[in-house]
Design a protein around this ligand. Sequence first.
Ligand SMILES: Nc1ncnc2c1ncn2[C@@H]1O[C@H](COP(=O)(O)OP(=O)(O)OP(=O)(O)O)[C@@H](O)[C@H]1O
Ligand SMILES: [Mg+2]
Length: 295
Amino acid sequence: MTPDLMEEGAKRRQAYEARKQAATGTESGGRQAGFGRVSKFGVPDFTQGVALYLDDITVSFDGFKALNALTIMVNVGELRCIIGPNGAGKTTMMDCITGKTRPDSGRAFFGSTIDLLRLSEPEIAQIGIGRKFQKPTVYEELSVFENLELALADDRRVRASLFSRLSGAQLDRIGETLTTIHLRGEAQRSAGLLSHGQKQWLEIGMLLMQDPKLLLLDEPVAGMTDEETERTAELFLSLEGKHSLVVVEHDMKFVDQLTQGRKKVTVLHEGSVLAEGLLSEVQSNEKVVEVYLGR
Ligand SMILES: Nc1ncnc2c1ncn2[C@@H]1O[C@H](COP(=O)(O)OP(=O)(O)OP(=O)(O)O)[C@@H](O)[C@H]1O
Ligand SMILES: [Mg+2]
């Protein structure tokens, strides 16, 4: 690599780190504090078929229970949709899984052995839980390819070689991801020029570069066109099985596409599970209609 390119790479990396800290930094050092640590949390055990187990989780904010004895189990490779009215606690549930919010009581396991409540937010990201927030946070001035390259660099196995030449295997991985997220033709475009939906896919691609075992997706199709929504459903269906996915959505057509008339959905209400079953079943459940779908 030429000195110019190295310098450019170093500058890009600095800018990236600064933005990353601004986006995720906390008073105690948050994610940054976790970056330097050697992985010591063990490998998640999925042999029991459980990807995620939340048991009796309660979270209160000033006495108000955003989650109230919530119990949910997600199987390995499962795509689980979670629906429910505004304020039901869906986002708070994701905050608990990722360590952003600490529950007052209850237990949370990743696989059958890893106690999530004992890990910090960066540690949880590191053991294979990826989260997609609603607003896309791609690096607009970088190309689609470079965004994926940076995300790959978050993987500590390749972090040391950041901005050195990519290995063939790494290039292959970026190529595969570009195909998965339908952006192969846009690899050299600035991310800022992508449509809203394409930015969302790119961000999902960035998560995939870390090879998460569990993906948490909060309202992933909000603001997307019908066609983008449909392609997003295809994308998630292609990830099912290889990853476990928890998808929170209000768009019932999208949920229908994802569940294909045979997968279970969970309805949250006032911080607890109100109903669980096929979409058609919960859609005809009187309690669900009353608090959510009938409005
Ligand atoms: N940090 C916080 N401090 C105080 N209250 C909070 C906090 N976070 C969430 N809440 C409250 O907890 C409840 C659950 O909120 P949450 O965002 O989890 O709902 P949601 O199901 O994601 O809703 P939506 O569908 O609107 O996104 C709401 O009443 C919300 O106002
Ligand atoms: Mg929410």
